[in-house]
Design a protein around this ligand. Structure first.
Ligand SMILES: [Zn+2]
Length: 235
């Protein structure tokens, strides 16, 4: 075991390596620990859960050690969901399941138990005694819902690189935002003509954007959880 001082002096890469050494799922992926494998390719491994909620409960693991969803590159997470679709379909056909639950615990407060990101596919039958989601129906005032909607829309647009000229608020009509956007695009074009930026400058800009994108997901999760705490309904 590393001492606290050793841990504090470790680089993110060294910490990642240490986590991998202590991760049971990384050992399953490397073959050090035996498992009931049902599918494998270069990005993912699917195994049977040894304590299944139902027969055929499958754990789909990303091969690289990521803890939570924001750390996973787009190509790996989209591949994971394509494989999940195939596995779910195989449950319906091969196990005669009547449905499936696709389940992810993203973060400890969401019930994540292991520090290795995974997706569960659980075959379901009509009466199988599983109560996966016992969701309450909270009463949230409309202005709070609107605040949440605007906050999410703005952040999703920002994360996907969609430029919005101003925050989405209730009393602004969409055409007004659109016309302002067009005006600014025109002004941007004028500026570009004046400046005639070199290719090098453009590349620098793109690089800066990418760096920003990489840092954002953590802020994203924090901000959502802050919003959830702030907007907790008072009863
Ligand atoms: Zn791992």
């Amino acid at each position: 075991m590393a001492t606290e001082e050793e841990l504090a002096n470790m680089s993110p890469e060294q910490l990642q390596e240490l986590q991998k050494q202590n991760c049971i799922f990384c050992h399953i992926i490397s073959g050090k620990v035996a498992s009931k494998k049902i599918y494998e390719d270069d990005k993912v491994l699917a195994i049977l859960d040894i304590n299944p909620a139902n027969p055929g409960h499958i754990l789909l693991l990303i091969k690289k050690h990521y803890q939570i969803m924001p750390q996973i590159p787009d190509d790996e997470i989209s591949h994971m969901f394509m494989v999940a679709k195939a596995i779910s379909h195989a449950c319906l056909k091969a196990l005669k399941a009547q449905g499936t639950n696709i389940f992810i615990a993203n973060g400890m407060v969401a019930g994540q138990k292991a520090p290795h990101f995974m997706l569960h596919v659980i075959p379901r039958a009509n009466v199988d005694g599983i109560k996966i989601f016992d969701l309450p129906e909270k009463d949230i005032p409309d202005d709070v819902l609107e605040q949440i909607r605007a906050g999410l829309t703005n952040k999703i647009n920002e994360l996907s690189g969609i430029k919005t000229e101003e925050p989405v608020v209730l009393d602004k009509k969409p055409e007004k935002i659109g016309s302002k956007a067009e005006k600014e695009i025109d002004e941007d074009k004028k500026l570009q003509k004046k400046e005639e930026p070199t290719k090098e400058k453009n590349q620098k800009k793109t690089k800066k954007k990418k760096d920003n994108k990489r840092k954002k997901p953590e802020i994203y999760l924090d901000e959502i959880s802050n919003l959830m705490i702030e907007n907790e309904p008072k009863k």
